[in-house]
Design a protein around this ligand. Structure first.
Ligand SMILES: NC(=O)c1ccc[n+]([C@@H]2O[C@H](COP(=O)([O-])OP(=O)(O)OC[C@H]3O[C@@H](n4cnc5c(N)ncnc54)[C@H](OP(=O)(O)O)[C@@H]3O)[C@@H](O)[C@H]2O)c1
Length: 278
């Protein structure tokens, strides 16, 4: 019996420490009780993970939610589920493939034609550590989807956001940006050996740099721009890596009670619970 005491206590300590660390890093659920009736929110990659949870929460708070997803079947299913759970009928599924400039332009055009206003744009969709691959337009998949696609979408919707001010843009970044480097000579991994981890970190650093520059350029327009590090959340993001799929990581990651804490990186680099309401 005594031979099990040491391994069991080591496991208990490691597990407990991992849960405490996770709770410390993620900060806790958003405390805001604000409602957003009359506000329109556009959110990319909303059929699963953080995007779906955010869409659900904002639908619960009364917003008109436009979910932009590449797989319409998954998107319709998620939108239907959210409408059913929140009893908010204004949750819409819309085709958007961020790996295609054509699709992004069509999506933005549809929003501009059909929506009276866009109060919040949440650039959430992302792909992490996928095998080497290119978008329809020949960009590295992670740089293309995570940064360039959202860069284009945001710029196409800027006039609408300005007309709807006070409005906001929220970019889902990651603490992974800290080890990212932007290789301006070879953004698409054509001259050097492909490194999928670095490609993700480069794309997430691009999210942060884009946020800072856009925030600066939009000063005085009534549009605020923030980058969010969402914490470490059990989603499908690790589908190419196995991360979030082991028994250990899923136990630790799901131990927070199911809510998604939302943090943002301020200019000083601090993380704080973000008020997603108005
Ligand atoms: N989870 C974490 O711990 C964590 C940590 C730091 C940062 N983040 C960031 O949080 C964001 C959301 O990630 P998540 O964890 O919720 O991941 P997820 O569960 O894998 O969700 C990613 C979403 O992005 C969509 N997507 C991928 N490629 C797309 C494309 N070409 N066009 C349109 N949509 C596309 C996916 O659609 P499909 O379902 O069709 O693939 C899915 O809806 C990402 O930007 C990620 O970098 C997450």
């Amino acid at each position: 019996m005594s031979k099990y005491i040491l391994p069991v206590s080591v496991f208990g300590t490691v597990f407990g420490a991992a849960v405490l660390l996770k709770n410390h890093v993620t900060g806790g659920p958003c405390p805001s009780k604000a409602t957003i009736k009359g506000k329109t929110v556009v959110i990319t990659g909303a059929n699963t993970g953080i995007g779906k949870e955010t869409a659900r929460e904002l639908a619960k708070r009364g917003g008109r939610i436009i979910m932009g997803c590449r797989d319409m079947e998954k998107c319709e299913t998620a939108a239907k589920e959210i409408r059913g759970k929140t009893l908010n009928p204004h949750v819409y599924a819309c085709q958007l493939d961020l790996a295609s400039v054509k699709s992004i332009r069509e999506f933005a055009e549809r929003i501009k034609q059909e929506e009276e206003r866009v109060d919040v744009l949440i650039n959430n969709a992302g792909v992490m550590r996928c095998p080497a691959g290119k978008t329809e337009d020949g960009f590295d998949m992670q740089f293309g989807v995570n940064h360039l696609g959202h860069f284009l979408l945001t710029n196409l919707l800027l006039d609408k956001l300005k007309e709807s001010a006070p409005s906001r843009v929220i970019n889902l970044a990651s603490l992974a940006h800290i080890v990212g480097k932007i290789d301006f000579e070879d953004l698409n991994w054509e001259k050097k050996k492909f490194d999928t981890k670095q490609a993700y970190c480069q794309s997430k650093l691009a999210n942060v740099l884009f946020t800072r520059e856009l925030a600066k350029r939009l000063q005085g327009t009534g549009i605020t721009v923030n980058a969010v590090h969402p914490g470490v959340v059990a989603t499908e993001l690790g589908r190419h890596t196995g991360l979030h799929q082991s028994q250990f990581s899923s136990s630790v990651l799901s131990s927070g009670g199911g809510s998604i804490p939302i943090l943002y990186l301020s200019k000083s680099g601090n993380t704080t619970v973000m008020d997603i309401g108005f």
